[in-house]
Design a protein around this ligand. Structure first.
Ligand code: HEM
Length: 421
């Protein structure tokens, strides 16, 4: 490969990701400049962290690398916006420890097992409906529908709200994609209520609608408790401590974004890969014992979130680079998951490889994804349902990827059934 001009590498522009993950750029950075200073046209610049070991070490060191100081994505936001937007993912210990203790009993592997039957029923129903048509959009008809339906069930929201929540989740994170971004009237409505979009999560007015939605649901469950996650959240306590109203709605908003787009993108990229490499699906079919490992490899390959940010709280030296207090560091999970030091021949998709070290859910440490078991269960459930039906697909038209520097995935993947019962 001709040497890439490292100073010309661009990782923030959403256009860079439209045609695929820029693996060549990440490969070059891992090899030549793993702690790389990346200037920004509209910001102070940041350190691009591309090695697996560094992503893990920084994730596990919240004291020196804060999630709260300037938040967890590229944008620089003021104190006022931070106060409105803060959910647990943008807190540091000990505040984070307090929030995490209250909510983590609701996401244990045992709880997730309770949802498996429902997840399988959802997968079966969606596959039956779509396959009967012969050709359909894997993203729209399966991936967009499945996580949100499981989510509303877990959450305790009416199933009839699933489509609306899926649309809002799209509008929340896809503000850079003209096909999915919120309509102008939603921006106007937020301004009319005194909210500038940059005050809201992802600078999206859809967040306001999600806050309202969550508030109404929390109020309803407070008045009339049920056996669902919202009721448990409203009632959850740790040593007499409960979530405040603001913490509750921010947490619900976090769940909608964290739990849906991400899972959906892993289901879409996973199927795309299996279509490209049908031998891998056949292998899995012949030996279902490979399934747990295959889920890790699908997730590694899909890496639905490209990166999250940390902010240095003190001067630190890393691989000879002098990081100053206040500097922004972007932890590129997408690069760490293709680090040849951890995953030999990383650009080969192989369901038999040991991909357990993937950092799809973060590099460990206090913020490690709360929904990791739920996400894994959904990936396993969908691909098991596909195999149980002997289904095989072919791409049936132009595919399109998200225009986003945050979410790695497809917005359309037209498929045709080529085998199945
Ligand atoms: C494949 C799907 C998913 C991916 C790729 C993913 C990825 C991530 C990542 C990278 C983090 C941040 C880790 C860090 O900052 O160190 C995170 C945190 C989080 N995720 Fe997920 N996630 C997924 C599914 C879910 C699901 C299904 C839920 C819940 C229903 C969920 C809820 C959360 C929450 C609440 C946090 C914040 C945890 C904290 O701050 O302590 N995620 N996730």
């Amino acid at each position: 490969m001709a040497t890439l001009d490292l100073s010309a590498i661009e990782l923030k522009d959403p256009d860079v990701y439209v045609d695929g993950v820029p693996h060549a750029s990440f490969r070059a950075l891992r090899e030549h400049d793993p702690v790389h200073w990346h200037p920004e046209a509209d910001g102070p610049g940041f350190w691009a962290i591309t090695k697996h070991a560094d992503v893990v070490a920084i994730s596990k060191d919240p004291k020196r690398f804060s999630s709260a100081a300037r938040f967890i994505y590229y944008e620089e936001i003021d104190e006022e916006s931070m106060a409105i937007r803060r959910s647990m993912i943008e807190t540091d210990p000990p505040e984070h420890t307090r929030l995490r203790r209250i909510v983590s009993p609701l996401f244990t592997p045992k709880m997730v097992e309770d949802y498996r039957g429902h997840a399988r029923a959802v997968a079966d129903r969606l596959l039956d409906q779509a396959v009967a048509r012969g050709s359909f959009d894997w993203v729209h008809d399966i991936c967009e529908m499945m996580p949100i339906r499981i989510f509303v069930d877990v959450f305790g929201a009416p199933e009839s709200d699933a489509d609306r929540l899926a649309r809002l989740a799209n509008m929340l994170v896809a503000v850079d994609d003209p096909d999915l971004a919120p309509p102008p009237e939603m921006y106007a409505a937020a301004r009319a209520r005194g909210f500038e979009p940059h005050h809201l999560p992802f600078s999206s007015p859809a967040a306001l609608e999600l806050f309202d939605y969550a508030q109404a649901l929390c109020d309803a469950r407070r008045a009339e408790p049920r056996d669902d996650l919202i009721t448990r959240l409203v009632e959850a306590e740790w040593e007499g401590d409960r979530l405040t109203d603001n913490e509750l709605v921010n947490f619900c908003q976090l769940l909608v974004f964290a739990g849906n787009e991400t899972t959906r993108n892993s289901l879409a990229t996973g199927m795309h890969r299996f279509i490209e490499q049908p031998d891998q699906l056949d292998l899995l079919d012949r030996d279902r014992a490979l399934m747990k490992g295959a889920v890790e490899e699908v997730l590694r390959w899909a890496t639905p979130i490209y990166a999250f940010r940390r902010t240095a709280t003190e001067d630190v030296e890393l691989r000879g680079k002098e990081i100053k207090a206040g500097d922004k560091l972007m932890l590129y999970y997408i690069s760490a998951n293709f680090d040849e030091e951890v995953f030999p021949d990383p650009e080969r998709f192989d369901v038999t490889r040991d991909a357990a070290a993937q950092v799809v859910f973060g590099g460990g440490g206090p913020h490690y994804c709360l929904g990791a078991f739920l996400a894994r269960m959904q990936v396993e459930t969908l691909f098991t349902a596909v195999l149980d039906r002997g289904l095989r697909f072919a791409v049936d038209g132009p595919t399109a990827r998200l225009r986003s520097n945050f979410g790695n995935g497809f917005k359309t993947l037209p498929v045709r059934v080529v085998a199945g019962r």
